[in-house]
Design a protein around this ligand. Structure first.
Ligand code: CP
Length: 305
């Protein structure tokens, strides 16, 4: 029996396989019946210290559909942080104003720290280049929906594998499902060794490429990522790699019929718009799945599912 009541979600590794599957099961219930007033007496604090469209608004949409009230901010400059208030004190205050805190912050490790300060459950909505576990849950849900299984798949990840937090979380999760990993990136943006070690520890395989065409026909999922300009200290380094992995419709000849392309979004130029019209494009539905998965997470963590 899985019980997630009160359980923080900071890293995808905080949950196990059984818990992932339980969240996906609840998400499917919400997809079939999204408006369920289960959290009418709850207040969700949504605090974003870094820009977001999908994560923030899908959390807020999910909370509204569950009947919860949402407080928070998306512009930290308008909070007392601008007067020098610490993250510690901000989280202490939010713990007394809300039943659950959802936070995005550009500093790696800030989510773990905030979860330890908080006296209410805490969900990490992205901390720097480290983790994005709720995106990972919706990625798992999207893979399950499109492939009919999470087991034994060839997962190809493309682009900025160094700074892309979503791929770090997704590799760790897919290590539970006997995945074979293929990484396509320029030399400068390769998957970090610490994440590759997770694959080795799970006795699974990965291979690395610089040209996406080498691996398209073997892939069940192609997970594209944006080169994360905001994480580069040297703008010239960004210019050098920004156009290194671009997927166009012409690259898709010879791919499996059921291959689907995911992307956490926002996209810049790494998926040409001619891909959008192909049956392989799934990134907009993927973002929609985020509402159901975030409903499932909040409902499970607040003990109403
Ligand atoms: N996928 C994702 O995290 O998008 P946002 O940055 O718009 O929230």
């Amino acid at each position: 029996m899985v019980n997630l009541k009160g359980k923080n979600l900071v890293s995808i590794s905080d949950y196990n396989k059984e818990e992932y599957l339980e969240i996906l099961r609840i998400a499917s219930e919400f997809e079939n019946n999204p408006k369920q007033e289960l959290l009418c007496d709850k207040v969700i604090a949504s605090i974003f210290f870094e820009p977001s469209t999908r994560t923030r608004l899908s959390f807020e949409s999910a909370a509204s559909m569950l009947g919860a009230k949402v407080i928070g901010f998306s512009n930290p400059a308008a909070t007392s942080q601008s007067k020098g208030e610490s993250l510690h004190d901000t989280i202490k205050m939010l713990s007394s104003y809300s039943d659950l805190i959802v936070m995005r912050n550009p500093i790696e490790g800030s989510a773990r720290y905030a979860s330890e300060v908080a006296s209410v459950p805490f969900i990490n909505a992205g901390d720097g280049a480290n983790q994005h576990p709720t995106q990972c849950m919706l990625d798992l849900y999207s893979i399950l929906k499109t492939q009919g299984t999470l087991e034994n798949l060839n997962i190809t990840m493309v682009g900025d594998l160094k700074y892309g937090r979503t791929v770090h979380s997704l590799v760790q999760a897919m290590c539970n499902f006997n995945a074979t990993f293929h990484f396509v990136s320029p030399e400068e943006l390769k998957m970090p060794s610490s994440i590759k070690r997770n694959i080795k520890d799970a006795n699974l395989k990965y291979s690395q490429y610089t040209d996406i065409n080498e691996i398209i026909s073997f892939s069940d999922i192609i997970y594209m990522t944006r080169v994360q300009r905001e994480r580069f200290s040297d703008p010239l380094e960004y210019e050098k790699v920004k156009d290194s992995c671009i997927l166009r419709a012409e690259n898709l000849k010879g791919c499996k019929d059921n291959m689907r392309i995911l992307h956490p979004l926002p996209r810049v130029n790494e998926i040409a718009t001619d891909v959008d019209q192909t049956i392989h494009a799934y990134y907009f539905q993927q973002a929609q799945n985020g509402v159901y998965v975030r409903q499932a997470l909040m409902a499970a963590i607040l003990g109403v599912k």
